[in-house]
Design a protein around this ligand. Structure first.
Ligand code: ADP
Length: 399
């Protein structure tokens, strides 16, 4: 069985073709600059061949999906005899509001609900919908499944998802904590359970997805009970370009004193803050680590600000969970950076965490990296969001 995983941004289409039951990636591609005047570009790896940033006719998402399917069925990278071999599409959808608690097969009602959630994710949901419509047009008989970034967090209890602002704004504007990165938090929780021979509802963990965007989740008996991102992905820990939690009064202060509009502050806090904003160097952790190594003080402090913000939430979540079976690090930084893991754990001495220096050097492999004295085991589990979406898609179809 072949499942094609689709992740659409406003001007991009990322896809993977995954075969089941082997769970092998048959093809992996990206079409970027969709609809841009100087033309779209196609990067593809399939059938042992690859090409990078080739021009492609993709003025819209429908044409981009057509181009992807053509490349998979003809030419040097062909891996399928016909596009009819594809059994299902699995789509990443950013916002499912309060309507979706798990993945669903897409029908007209689901499309309407995703549309209704668009005001909550105005940059993402319309792009995700464009990808779904494009797949429906390309292969009208093939089922489409939606996997929501918000779904795993729908088990968060009321006292953790409401904000203490007048209730009418929850009722009118749906303002509450939603949380994101569902696919990843769920995937690493399930992987941890499997590796430890337990059912997922038997494990309680703190999952730390630390990449360009970062969030932590407290998982109690397999269910999300709190997470650091909020109404939007701006909240929580310090990220590549996002500030994470700040005093909300800073927003009005900037508007009044710097003569900024709401849009200006939005751009400042989402795109120009975090590691990039404070260090003035880069949003990429590897650049900051290198600059810090070379004695750049602002780089060194930005590493500390970032690690400290993560440590604070780990401490909080371990204190709130009745028991914690593991702290799990995942995503680009969480999986790869021994330095950041060491700094984070260094801020949590009172918790009795203890990394094994040698095991902590591990990269890209699921394993425990703490020593026997650690009060809570510390794990690395590489995330795989595409595989997770493909699995969810297969599961929805077999139900
Ligand atoms: P995204 O949120 O875009 O999916 P990723 O999960 O790919 O992001 O994470 C990207 C981040 O991971 C970047 O800041 C990058 O510098 C960092 N990263 C990747 N490899 C390493 C490494 N070996 N050491 C430190 N940071 C790393």
């Amino acid at each position: 069985m072949y499942i094609m995983v689709i992740n659409c941004g406003s001007s991009s289409l990322k896809f993977q073709l995954i075969s089941f039951p082997e769970e092998t990636v048959i093809a992996k591609g990206l079409i970027e600059r969709i609809g841009q005047e100087d033309g779209a570009q196609f990067t593809l790896t399939a059938g042992g061949e690859n090409f990078t940033k080739q021009p492609v006719d993709a003025p819209d998402h429908t044409k981009a999906v057509t181009a992807a399917l053509e490349a998979l069925t003809a030419g040097d990278c062909a891996v399928l005899k016909s596009k009819d071999e594809i059994n299902a599409f699995g789509h990443r959808v950013v916002h499912g509001g309060e309507k979706f608690t798990h993945s669903v097969i897409i029908d007209d009602e689901v499309l309407e609900c995703i549309e209704e959630c668009s005001p909550l994710a105005p940059l993402h949901n319309p792009a995700n919908l464009a990808g779904i419509y494009a797949c429906q047009t390309a292969l009208s008989d093939v089922p489409n499944v939606a996997d929501f970034d918000t779904a795993f967090h729908q088990t968060i209890p009321k006292h953790a998802f409401y904000y203490a602002i007048p209730y009418e704004y929850y009722e009118k504007d749906h303002i509450r904590r939603y949380g994101f990165h569902s696919t990843s938090h769920k995937f690493v929780t399930e992987a941890f359970a499997e590796k430890n021979g337990k059912k997922v509802d038997e494990v309680s963990v703190v999952t730390c997805h630390i990449g360009n965007g970062s969030s932590l989740t407290a998982v109690e008996n397999g269910k999300s009970v709190d997470t650091t991102m909020g109404f939007t992905p701006l909240a929580g820990v310090v990220m590549g370009t996002r500030c994470g939690d700040i005093d909300p009064a800073i927003v009005f202060y900037l508007m009044e004193n710097e003569n900024m509009t709401a849009k200006d502050v939005d751009v400042l806090l989402n795109k120009e803050s975090g590691l990039l904003g404070f260090s003035g160097i880069s949003s990429d952790m590897r650049d900051i680590l290198e600059a810090s190594e070379n004695g750049n003080e602002r780089a060194e402090i930005s590493l500390k600000i970032c690690a400290y913000s993560i440590a604070k939430y780990i401490g909080t979540y371990v204190a709130l969970l009745p028991k914690t079976d593991a702290i799990i690090f995942t995503a680009g930084i969480g999986e790869n950076s021994h330095e950041i893991r060491k700094m984070i754990c260094g801020y949590l001495k009172g918790l009795g965490l203890s990394l094994d220096a040698e095991k902590n050097m591990t990269r890209g492999k699921a394993c425990c990296v703490s020593d026997d004295n650690s009060s809570v085991p510390i794990w690395i589990i590489p995330t795989n969001e595409e595989l997770a979406i493909a699995r969810e898609t297969r599961n929805e179809l077999s139900e």
